[in-house]
Design a protein around this ligand. Structure first.
Ligand code: ADP
Length: 230
């Protein structure tokens, strides 16, 4: 079963491809941003603390993140045997603590998907999403700040996971179906998904990420950061 971490700057498509992976694999999809926004919407004390950070585009402190997310990740992994972590970990302390946690509970991640796109493309996608969804942190100033926070706090994780031999780097500056085809090929080559895995199924609750995989004979445009180690 896949135990995947989605690592990507805001706007690169981690939500879209996480939802697609959930459909493909049955592994639980846990979006840290969604869990945090739900806590804010509940209006709890914890939610008020969280909102002070998310509204500015700053990272929520690691202690709060673990308090809120760890129970959800453990429960989901127990229920489905795997997970797709969308937005967590995103600091080195989070990654190291998550690795310890995973080792203790036999839930170690076996794949990290690093999604990339040019910065101006990221900004334009997020501004589009702001027009559709009105997320309070999708304003130009906060978007730029979130991208800077990603560069400072989260990019060190790329080399960390590359060093563990579990990183796949994928450009999302191309059709979703091409990204998904490359993702599927890589997971299958590593034995994380059966070769005959179902391609896609409509998910009416979450239409954004469910584009069926199209032409499998496309040119290979992926940058594979690590070849399968087995
Ligand atoms: P994006 O990736 O577009 O910034 P998310 O929905 O993943 O959107 O996250 C929204 C906000 O939630 C982040 O800007 C940050 O404030 C907070 N957040 C999400 N995940 C984490 C995390 N792992 N650690 C700290 N803060 C987080």
């Amino acid at each position: 079963m896949v135990r995947v971490i989605m690592l990507s700057p805001p706007g690169a498509g981690k939500g879209t491809h996480s939802r697609w992976l959930r459909l493909q694999t049955g592994a639980a999809h846990i979006s840290s941003g969604d869990v945090l926004r739900a806590e804010v919407a509940r209006g709890s004390d914890l939610g008020r603390q969280v909102a002070a950070y998310t509204e500015r585009g700053d990272l929520v402190p690691d202690e709060l993140i673990f308090r809120i997310l760890a129970p959800a990740v453990v429960a989901a992994a127990r229920d489905t045997g795997g997970y797709v972590l969308d937005g967590f970990p995103r600091t080195m302390p989070q990654a190291l603590r998550a690795a310890q946690f995973g080792a203790d509970l036999a839930l170690t991640s076996n794949a990290v998907i690093y999604l990339t796109a040019p910065e101006e493309e990221l900004v334009s996608r997020l501004l589009d999403r702001a027009r559709r969804e009105g997320r309070s942190d999708d304003t130009l100033g906060v978007i730029r700040h979130r991208l800077a926070v990603f560069a400072r706090e989260t990019t060190p994780l790329i080399d960390y996971y590359r060093g563990r031999g579990i990183l796949l780097e994928l450009s999302t500056d191309r059709p979703e179906a091409d990204v998904q085809a490359d993702l599927l090929d890589w997971l299958q080559a590593r034995g994380l998904m059966p070769p005959a895995a179902r391609r896609s199924e409509p998910d009416h609750a979450e239409p954004a990420g469910d584009t069926p995989v199209g032409n499998r004979d496309r040119p290979a445009t992926t940058s594979l950061s690590n070849k399968p180690s087995t």
